[in-house]
Ligand binder design. Structure first.
Ligand SMILES: C[S@@+](CC[C@H](N)C(=O)[O-])C[C@H]1O[C@@H](n2cnc3c(N)ncnc32)[C@H](O)[C@@H]1O
Length: 264
């Protein structure tokens, strides 16, 4: 139930920035080149149950976090939005509702099974014309420079082998003045609450993962990867270093999740 100490976390951030040979998959130290495959296997194994397990394990709170995050972006009708690591598309769907018929939202995700698991939420709806799906790696976004008004990434950047490369790519494809939103898990601030959260994460979640999705391993990896991720101030520094300005963040539910906003 260990939250990574600052020194190790900084090393992990530096590794990710320098395209180092080493990466972490949860608490496990692996070769960087192996991480994408491991992440792929992980999401292949959870895709079918992903939305249901998310709602169950978060008691549905993830929907409120996602609504808040999209509201904070103040999207305008006609905007072009990129949802990086978009998965089953919750953020993209919320954005598509806001940008209207003239807007366009792309769900960009490396995992086909995750994209397919969310398709049923948009086919045969009026959102289908505004939403596109592209399978690709966040480290190499297949769009030209300055194409999007907004790039967002929800609970995904943790899985990208070289996190900075992912953010650099989001920066590149944004128009000048374009907005970035990153919604990610973080460390609860109140110690008693954190203890309860840790207990829930390392005992209840893997148990439910095994019981319902038949997959204890995936739901052990999830809390581990959260504890390896930069804290809000550290992530804000990463974004500033890439070139983003006006970097701000807002903590949700005692810091379990955090929304970062930034401008290109
Ligand atoms: C935890 S899910 C989040 C899905 C969705 N954004 C949400 O909030 O529910 C993380 C997603 O990131 C995707 N992903 C992981 N590494 C990626 C990469 N390098 N490039 C693009 N997508 C990636 C996974 O396939 C998965 O669908």
């Amino acid at each position: 139930m260990e939250w990574l100490e600052e020194k190790k976390r900084r090393r992990q951030i530096d590794n990710s920035a320098q395209n180092a040979d080493e990466a972490y998959f949860g608490y496990e130290r692996i070769r960087a080149e192996a991480k994408t495959d491991r992440v792929m296997q992980h999401f292949n194994s959870v895709a079918r149950h992903y939305d249901f397990m998310n709602t169950l394990l978060s008691f549905g709170i993830h929907y409120a976090w996602k609504r808040t995050a999209v509201r904070m972006l103040k999207l305008a009708p006609g905007d072009r939005i990129l949802d990086v690591c978009g998965g089953t598309g919750d953020l993209a769907i919320l954005a598509a509702r806001t940008v209207g018929a003239a807007g366009r939202v792309i769900i960009y995700d490396i995992n086909r099974a995750m994209i397919q698991a969310g398709m049923h939420k948009v086919v045969d709806t009026d959102l289908a014309n505004r939403l596109g799906h592209i399978q690709g790696n966040a480290e190499f976004i297949s769009f030209p420079d300055g194409h999007f008004d907004t790039a967002m990434v929800g609970f995904g950047i943790r899985n990208v082998t070289h996190m900075e490369k992912g953010f650099e790519e989001m920066y590149r494809v944004l128009k000048p003045g374009g907005k970035l939103m990153c919604l990610e898990f973080s460390k609860p601030t109140w110690p008693v609450f954190r203890w309860l959260y840790d207990f829930y994460s390392f005992y209840i979640m893997p148990f439910l993962g095994q019981l319902i999705a038949g997959n204890k391993k995936a739901y052990t990896h999830l809390p581990e990867s959260i504890r390896m991720f930069p804290l809000p101030d550290e992530l804000a520094d990463v974004l500033k270093k890439i070139g983003f300005s006006q970097v701000t963040y807002r903590s949700l539910t005692n810091g379990i999740a955090v929304i970062h906003l930034a401008i290109k």
